[in-house]
Design a protein around this ligand. Structure first.
Ligand code: SF4
Length: 249
């Protein structure tokens, strides 16, 4: 049996332990460890599956969302619908008005279309700063990342140590396919964003998300004007890394 001495050791041991468990067991294992476990949901279909599993099993995992102020109305409506369906509270974290004002005066409110730097700056203000607040004091951060979502996520482990944030990131859907997701949603009557049926498999802020065409990768509609397959918002790629990569996310 592995002797766990550091958070990195624990992450490695957890990664192995979670591999043979089902979704609810994976979440239950994490919830049973010492330290606060939090789940940040974007209300996307993967995150809805995790929220459902947490709610249906009554697990002591805090559920948060980043209310960026630029979400689709359908997404905002889904927050309340999900709370009611599973009897849970989803805590909203908002950007600071002073940060938004400073961004708007430097780049313009929609300056994110003009450059990668401006886009990262917007994601920083509206997502990364509120995320840091949401993760404060957490030891485990649960996400809905899946390996088959994009080439950038193909090596997603079940658990890994996030040295930049000083916590263990847990990805209980890492090995799930989109078919697995849809099967669970159907079986558990999980509420989902109506935009999924209109060609949006991945949904972020309204001005930065478009529907995809048949055959395009799932995340092709995110920041579609940027010419880089690795684009992310910085939530799941360290900011230091995104600032070095010309067209990140
Ligand atoms: S996704 Fe777009 S609107 Fe949302 S925070 Fe990032 S750049 Fe800003």
């Amino acid at each position: 049996m592995m002797t766990v001495t550091t958070a990195a050791d624990l992450a490695r041991a957890l990664d192995q332990q979670l591999a043979s468990a089902n979704l609810t067991e994976r979440l239950r294992i994490v919830a049973g460890l010492d330290g606060r476990a939090v789940f940040t949901t974007s209300l996307g279909i993967e995150d809805q599956v995790i929220t459902a599993a947490i709610g249906l099993a009554g697990l002591p995992i805090d559920v948060f969302t980043l209310e960026t102020g630029r979400l689709f109305k359908e997404t905002v409506d889904l927050i309340a619908e999900t709370e009611e369906r599973f009897g849970i509270a989803i805590k909203r974290f908002y950007p600071k008005q002073d940060d938004i004002d400073a961004y708007a005066s430097k780049y313009g409110l929609n300056g994110f279309y003009e450059s990668v730097e401006a886009r990262h700056a917007c994601c920083h203000v509206r997502k990364l700063v509120p995320l840091a607040e949401a993760l404060s004091g957490a030891r485990f951060w649960i996400t809905g990342l899946r390996r088959s979502q994009s080439g950038n996520r193909a090596a997603t482990p079940f658990a890994e140590y996030d040295a930049e944030r000083g916590l263990i990131k847990v990805n209980p859907l890492a090995d799930w396919s989109l078919d697995d997701i849809n099967t669970y949603v159907e079986a558990e009557s999980v509420p989902t964003n109506p935009l999924h049926k209109r060609g949006y498999p991945s949904i972020g802020c309204e001005p930065c998300t478009r529907a995809i065409k048949p055959g395009e990768p799932e995340r092709a509609g995110r920041w579609w004007w940027e010419n880089d397959e690795k684009r992310e918002c910085g939530l799941h790629v360290p900011e230091a890394a995104t600032s070095l990569v010309p067209t990140p996310a």
